[in-house]
Design a protein around this ligand. Structure first.
Ligand SMILES: NC(=O)c1ccc[n+]([C@@H]2O[C@H](COP(=O)([O-])OP(=O)(O)OC[C@H]3O[C@@H](n4cnc5c(N)ncnc54)[C@H](O)[C@@H]3O)[C@@H](O)[C@H]2O)c1
Length: 168
């Protein structure tokens, strides 16, 4: 009795690598030295963006940049988002280094101490959280808009990772 052997089906050709979705885009990521902001910076870089990380943690921010190993397309700037001048400088330095600004991710944020009872809230804690999470985001929006609106560059203008996303 003869046996017929069936040749295995050829393996499907590997799918072509997706085109980097942010090729050539310039992004400023606040709070990009750690946590979600670091992941955003890494993901954007993988997708071809030029990245400026702005954070108060200089050592961590510089480490992230070094680990990406792409000095021409990645940089770190010290920035406290509660200080308007720091945010102004971060935006201006990003434009000076990379020529423009396409994306801002206002990710820097703090949670503040947990306080389950409003009657015990220390208003100085409230002010700290407000200054980073609200005023800091406003500074980012204001100074990114200063660059983006005249250049009609706002293809993607992220507000804060937990707040609002506007795309236009
Ligand atoms: N992790 C969560 O589950 C979660 C949930 C909801 C919202 N969020 C928000 O997402 C954002 C990132 O969260 P995360 O978990 O990565 O936090 P994280 O604490 O790990 O990272 C925050 C980063 O922001 C930086 N930062 C803090 N204050 C700053 C300031 N004044 N100026 C510049 N940089 C500053 C920190 O140095 C740090 O690198 C925050 O805005 C946070 O409030 C996080």
């Amino acid at each position: 009795m003869s046996t017929t052997t069936i040749a295995p089906a050829p393996a499907p050709a590997p799918a072509p690598a997706p085109a980097p979705r942010l090729l050539g885009k310039v992004a400023l990521v606040t709070g990009g030295a750690s946590g979600i902001g670091e992941s955003i910076a890494r993901l954007f870089h993988t997708n071809g963006a030029k990245i400026c990380i702005a954070d108060m943690q200089d050592n961590l921010g510089n480490q992230v940049c070094e680990s990406l190993g792409d000095e021409a397309n990645v940089c770190f700037l010290h920035c406290d988002v509660t200080e308007e001048n720091d945010v102004r400088n971060a935006v201006d330095m990003t434009v000076a280094k990379f020529g423009t600004l396409d994306i801002i991710v206002n990710n820097a944020g703090i949670s503040g101490a947990p306080c389950p009872d409003i009657r015990n809230v220390d208003l100085s804690d409230f002010d700290k959280v407000f200054n980073v999470n609200v005023k800091g985001v406003f500074h980012g929006m204001k100074h990114a808009a200063r660059i983006m609106i005249p250049r009609r560059k706002a293809q993607s203008f992220l507000c804060a990772v937990w707040q609002v996303q506007w795309e236009g």
